[in-house]
Design a protein. Sequence first.
Length: 437
Amino acid sequence: MPATRLSGMPGRSRRAAKFFLALLALFFGVLVLTARAQAGAPAGEDFGQYLSDHQAELAPFFAKNSGEFVTKGMPLVLKWVGRMMLATVVVGWILDIALSRGYSGLFAPALARLTRAVVYATGRLVISIIVTVLFSLAIVLVSGMPYLTVMAISITIIFALLAAAAQVAWIRYLYRTDVFISLLFFITLAVIHGFIALGISAPLVGAPANDEAKAFVNDTVVPKLEAEAAATRSSIPTLYPGLEQGTTEVATLQDQINQSTADIAHVKQEIEEQKKSPGYLYSQLVKVHANGDLEAAQKGFTDFLAQFPDSPLTGLAKGQLVQVQNEMATQAAEKKQADANAAAAAAAARADLLARAAKGEVTLSQMRDALIGKTTAEVSGLFGAPTETASDRWGYAQQMIVNPLTNDKYGLTIYFTEGRVQGVDYYYGHGGGGGTQ
């Protein structure tokens, strides 16, 4: 935008906005250049990448030969750093001329001259060099003192402020702009210089090694690595004299382990086969018989005789089967007799209960013991149809219950829960009854 048009715009803010837009465009241009430079770097693994991937394994080697590598490689490093610094200074100086020329055109049109821009860029470079030298001397002076980290940080902050003040003063002196605009221009330059340095160093760092670096690695590092590897290979028999014998013994032990594993598997197979033999099965069936499981023993001996009809143990198995069957028959007879005795006892108790109830000689607790848990059908079988019924209660008017304290006789009230007797009480007539028992 021409200077005549800018001079007619109201306020400092609009001019600063235009200035920022121009710097923003330049900033993105730098990013694009950096991205293109990094994208254009050829890919592929080289010796340097190999060293980076195996730092832990190669650390003792480099520690051992660090002195020689530093001595021989320092000129190459200084040359590379010098080239990068020179490129940064030259590009920064040219960039300062262009930016200061645009800055003066926006904010100081009367002083917008290329020669003044060259003077500004050169002066800015001189100020940066002086501040850098003084800063380096200050760091050297405090090295070795207590609290070095705190002092170094403090010195860095102080010199950064001094550099900013000197640069802002230099801008104000040349272009007569106020402090705010001058400071804004300085901050913008600092940010853009940082990205320019990144744009220059990133492609250099990411680029493949040049011929000088390859020559240094091939002439200095590689021979040392080869010699170290050869020495290590030759020292293995001396350092580990029993290595070969130990390897042979390990192989022998492994063979023995494999043979033992095979023997164990063979023994297990033989055990499984023995479990299927007549002798083993017969002994197991005898144990089942001795433990009293007659049904399992009967089935086992029957299956044994069917599976091994010609075995020498067939006679013994038949004898065991007959014994088991006799014991089962005896148990069945005993159970039948016990059931008959129980039925007779129950019938006798029922008859006794009914006889005593007919005489009104049953106490309430005795009636409760006799009826608790019985169903409505069982109660009907004992006493017949009730005199009175309700949803959960039956009443019998005949005097079956006696109060042993007063010898008074009462009817019987029976309470049901879910169809079974839950409690009993005296029956006093229609709707009557006391506390349940």
